[in-house]
Design a protein around this ligand. Structure first.
Ligand code: HEM
Length: 304
């Protein structure tokens, strides 16, 4: 099924585009440091939550078309962070601006992606196929509705928020379990383009802007962890945890500079939401379990 999912993603994005990721094709890789808070240490024994570590960040346009515009109102963005742990290992958080995910299972994601493949004759979305999918999957319509304003083009990669969507369990030094969901909050706040700014924006304005910003300054994000309440679904990324929750600040990410030529076919940069470390456990979310398998297909294709 993983090959079929990547085939479908390529078809939606006018691909294949050799050498590029099947989605999130366009991106800028940066060097960063992460400094955890004392609260992070009390929730998890994970190495990067004990003291400052270096990190690698990849900001991306979520489309699989490497030529798409950053001003595309529905493309959305991505922020993938790799924390470098003592001993050379890493652990990743991979996130997007969506509020909840579009599908509950990999089978649903495949069916949804196939329904999004444009009609080969007109090149336009096939309203009938997509409508039929949405009619059977109300959670997808809700995810699109909740995510639409968040996916809108921002003035910068550094003025967007991003969520990892799945639940993870932080495990403390005594073995205590703390379930929650991560989000990155930009310290400059979220800021979206006006209609005029969007019309005037260049194709790669987000990539250009982050270069300019980091040439003379730093982009800062706070890593937040929204703690689950009793009864919250831990295995369903389409369900929002509605209402008040305790939110713990886990640390601050300082994005310092752009890394030129960060990867090559011989040495690809790979972010994997299941690349965890002692002190962090995954939930039984089927989408979370599926992602590394689909990513492996894309990684294989983009490096061969
Ligand atoms: C079944 C569901 C999903 C599938 C099949 C899927 C598929 C993919 C694939 C094939 C890639 C390219 C991997 C590579 O070549 O390195 C990718 C990258 C990415 N995905 Fe997903 N994805 C899914 C769910 C998600 C979710 C839930 C999120 C966010 C919470 C997400 C965020 C990202 C980001 C940010 C990247 C770019 C990573 C980078 O910069 O290297 N994806 N996805």
């Amino acid at each position: 099924m993983w090959e079929e999912i990547v085939d479908a993603l390529e078809a939606v994005n006018g691909g294949p585009h050799p050498g590029f990721r099947a989605v999130h094709a366009k991106g800028t890789v940066c060097k960063a440091t992460f400094t955890p808070t004392p609260e992070a240490k009390s929730l998890s024994r994970a190495a990067h939550l004990q003291g400052p570590v270096e990190a690698t960040v990849r900001f991306s346009n979520a489309s699989g078309d490497p030529h798409t515009s950053d001003a595309n109102p529905i493309a959305g963005r991505g922020m993938a962070v790799k924390f470098h742990l003592p001993g050379g290992e890493g652990t990743d958080i991979v996130s997007v601006p969506l509020v909840v995910f579009l599908a509950r299972t990999p089978e649903d994601f495949l069916a949804l992606t196939r329904a999004r493949i444009p009609d080969p004759e007109t090149g336009q979305p096939d309203a009938e196929k997509l409508g039929a999918y949405l009619a059977e999957h109300p959670e997808t319509g809700i995810a699109i509705q909740k995510g639409m304003t968040k996916l809108a083009p921002t003035t910068s990669f550094a003025t967007s928020d991003y969520r990892a969507l799945h639940a993870f369990c932080l495990v403390d030094a005594e073995g205590g379990a703390h379930w929650g969901r991560y989000s990155w909050e930009p310290e400059d706040g979220c800021e979206y383009l006006s209609d005029e700014q969007r019309d005037a924006a260049s194709r790669d304005y987000l990539q250009e802007e982050i270069r300019e910003r980091l040439a003379s300054g730093i982009a800062r994000f706070t890593l937040e962890f929204t703690l689950a309440r009793e009864g919250d679904p831990l295995d369903d990324p389409t369900q929002e945890w509605e209402g008040e929750r305790e939110v713990v600040e886990l640390g601050e990410l300082e994005v310092i500079e752009v890394i030129e030529d960060p990867e090559s076919p011989e040495s690809p940069l790979v972010f994997d939401p299941m690349r965890l470390t002692d002190g962090i456990e995954p939930s039984a979310d089927k989408i979370l379990a599926a992602r590394p398998k689909a990513y492996a297909v894309s990684i294989d294709r983009r490096t061969h």
